[in-house]
Design a protein around this ligand. Structure first.
Ligand code: FAD
Length: 311
């Protein structure tokens, strides 16, 4: 059934791909506080400051240098260098661990040349390893899933701790969880943030949540390290129950949430003794990221539109 919320979500996700709208929004005096709520800033220093504050509050961090769909090898190299610089600075600041990085293959040149993207990921993994931390490879739309998982498996030969992301809205994901729930395998499970066709993805919230729980059970029954990325209160409650059912010690899984989303809940879970990691984006290319966050929650769109018109 097509709901109003579903239509809004599709419209915002379409807007996320519109260069004209991107120009308009980026040029508008969008209230900094709206962008700042979800994005830590534009520079390496901003990323380090945000990480330090979160670590001080007992949270772990994964940093995302914003950028996607790079069709230029120079830009992909620049993104790689930004990560290498960041990892060096995080190590020097004594923040690794508990701070790691998340990378988008499309920002590292995957649309251009798989070898280029793979070389860039390996360069980032080497820098992460030198700083005693890890890399997680974000998952993008379903047309990239096979290539992303293939690349992950190749990277894991040298860097076995490299994390993968699986999206519960995809019909294939329960089977992918079975394949990847092996000893030492770090798997982030999220609902999925892209507009996907019914042929490959569950469409209703209920179906996606049910798939999430099935996948969580598979991951918890296996030997890997599940990273449960969700803000959904019902799923968090179910996960708290499931980790007890599987008798999982608190150092064998973690919760993950986005910077600026349910910060009180992040701290509540950490105070209960769970490992909680906050996904912190930074950089100048915040537009696509922000639009996906708005699509997840129409209430945020109203906040954003008010800021756009200066109210
Ligand atoms: P929802 O049903 O969307 O939200 C449940 C409740 O959480 C809402 O009712 C609201 O109270 C709160 N909430 C959720 N989103 C927001 C928001 N934006 N602002 C304010 N409140 C909100 N997706 C990918 O496709 N690939 C990835 O690699 C990826 N990595 C992720 C990493 C992390 C750490 C997280 C937390 C999410 C990631 N996502 C990724 C996004 C994910 O797929 C979902 O789109 C997103 O988490 C929203 O789903 P939800 O499980 O929080 O549930």
């Amino acid at each position: 059934m097509v709901t109003l919320e579903g239509m809004m979500r599709s419209a915002i996700l379409a807007a996320a791909r519109s260069p004209q709208l991107e120009q308009l929004v980026s040029a508008a005096p969008v209230s900094r506080s709206v962008v700042r709520r979800f994005v830590a800033g534009t520079t390496t220093e901003d990323a380090i400051d945000a990480s330090r504050a979160l670590v001080h509050d007992g949270l772990a961090v994964t940093l995302d240098f914003l950028g996607e769909d790079t069709e230029d090898a120079g830009q992909a190299r620049a993104a790689t260098e930004a990560y290498v610089e960041l990892l060096g600075a995080l190590g020097a600041a004594g923040l690794t661990p508990p701070t790691e990085v998340s990378v988008k293959l499309s920002a590292l040149g995957m649309l251009l040349d798989e070898k280029l993207a793979s070389d860039n990921v390996l360069a980032i993994c080497r820098a992460a390893d030198a700083a005693d931390t890890t890399v997680t490879i974000d998952m993008e739309d379903h047309t990239t899933t096979d290539a992303s998982l293939d690349l992950l498996l190749r990277v894991r030969k040298d860097f076995p701790e490299t994390g993968a992301v699986l999206q519960a809205y995809l019909r294939r994901t329960e089977a992918d969880c079975r394949d990847l729930a092996v000893a030492g395998s770090r798997i982030r499970l999220c609902k999925g943030a892209y507009d996907e066709p019914e042929s490959v993805a569950y469409q209703s919230d209920l179906e996606v949540s049910r798939s999430y729980v099935r996948c969580a059970n598979v991951l918890l029954a296996g030997g890997g390290y599940p990273m449960f990325a969700t803000h959904d209160p019902r799923l968090v409650a179910i996960l708290e129950d499931r980790v007890r059912w599987y008798d999982r010690p608190v150092d064998t899984f973690e919760f993950q949430m986005l910077y600026g989303v349910r910060p009180v809940e992040q701290r509540r879970l950490a105070e209960l003794g769970y490992a909680v990691r906050v996904y912190v984006p930074y950089g100048t290319q915040w537009y696509g990221y922000l639009m996906r966050r708005l699509a997840e929650r129409p209430a945020n769109t109203a906040l954003f539109l008010r800021a756009l018109v200066g109210r």
